[in-house]
Design a protein around this ligand. Sequence first.
Ligand SMILES: C[S@@+](CC[C@H](N)C(=O)[O-])C[C@H]1O[C@@H](n2cnc3c(N)ncnc32)[C@H](O)[C@@H]1O
Ligand code: SF4
Length: 410
Amino acid sequence: MPSALPDGEPMPEDGALPGHALAGAAGRPLGFYLHVPYCATRCGYCDFNTYTASELRGSGGALASRDNYADTVAAEIRLAREVLGADPRPVETVFVGGGTPTLLPAADLGRMLAAVREEFGLAPDAEITTEANPESVDPRYLAELREAGFNRISFGMQSARQHVLKILDRTHTPGRPEACVAEARAAGFDHVNLDLIYGTPGETDDDWRASLDAAIGAGPDHVSAYALIVEEGTQLARRIRRGEVPMTDDDVHADRYLIAEERFTAAGFHWYEVSNWATSAAGRCRHNELYWTGADWWGAGPGAHSHVGGVRWWNAKHPGAYAQALAEGRSPGAGREILADEDRRVERILLELRLADGCPLDLLAPAGARAAARALADGLLEPGPYDRGRAVLTLRGRLLADAVVRDLVD
Ligand SMILES: C[S@@+](CC[C@H](N)C(=O)[O-])C[C@H]1O[C@@H](n2cnc3c(N)ncnc32)[C@H](O)[C@@H]1O
Ligand code: SF4
């Protein structure tokens, strides 16, 4: 959840949605994202909406405190029940993300999940994920999460190399994320993800190979590998500007992506989205698939975004303002957008083209269709799916995904 909020129209105080947003809801899956906006320390590259204890001191008062947080989120889940009214859908996925969810006691994450269960009910095979920082969990904590109903866990590994972790300001030691995978398996988690970052200043191809091998060797069924984004306003951006650390270039990112694809394929992982690989269809992150396929999700927590039937809204960013709204019985929504059909078409192309299933060619406007024909000729789209009416990126296309997407949305 990056920290900047978009502009939009104001949100009604009661959070009510226009009637058309709920039309046809029964045919769409529903998920919940629960944001936990707290971290022990801030990593220099991170632009997410998260706060350390010292950043919160003096702003937001007791309302912004971690101690009350699970109850505040439960209040938003009750509001969601009122807004969605008689909507009978059970929840297919819950994803607790951050920030560092595992800074809260496991019982608090359990209370947030229980609120979803009580208000909406969970589908029998619901996917219930939490993110976790490797240094913040132990076998007992993991057992408590399982007890509360979590069945998937995502650890922020980032790298296996100490000097890379240091540039990223990570506080865990090499080896700890792999141990976390073993502990999560022993606790009974069905699905385990490791997040990796490539292209960190000072990282070599060999460092990246070592990170991939360590991650794969730990036995997760899912790995996300992200190119480091140097976000404006972060400590890392300032360090690069001052010349203290070098900037990594796009060619390095492309080389690292190719190394990742080669290592993952050899180990039996398949890409299903440009930055995501899984060992089987069951290992895919169903929650992220909801985002990528335009389903409905309610994002609870400060700065969280939601989408229901073509209406997108976002919450007040600061934990104090967020909690204040709920304490006063108001929606914490800060603004919203009602997406026109054209916006939804463009959004579908942006998201679906990054998937291994690709996007239907008949979504494209005439200029986009011409760009797709050129991309096919340039080896950026797969010929077989193209002949069957779908735009699916080749490996070279994945390296240039942002540029291909830009051309196809024309
Ligand atoms: C929202 S973070 C929260 C997870 C958890 N707090 C952690 O850091 O392990 C989720 C993932 O986003 C990725 N990420 C965050 N900032 C990034 C950046 N600037 N560039 C690339 N990936 C980033 C990291 O891989 C991280 O594990
Ligand atoms: S621990 Fe995760 S969310 Fe927190 S600052 Fe670091 S990357 Fe961001």
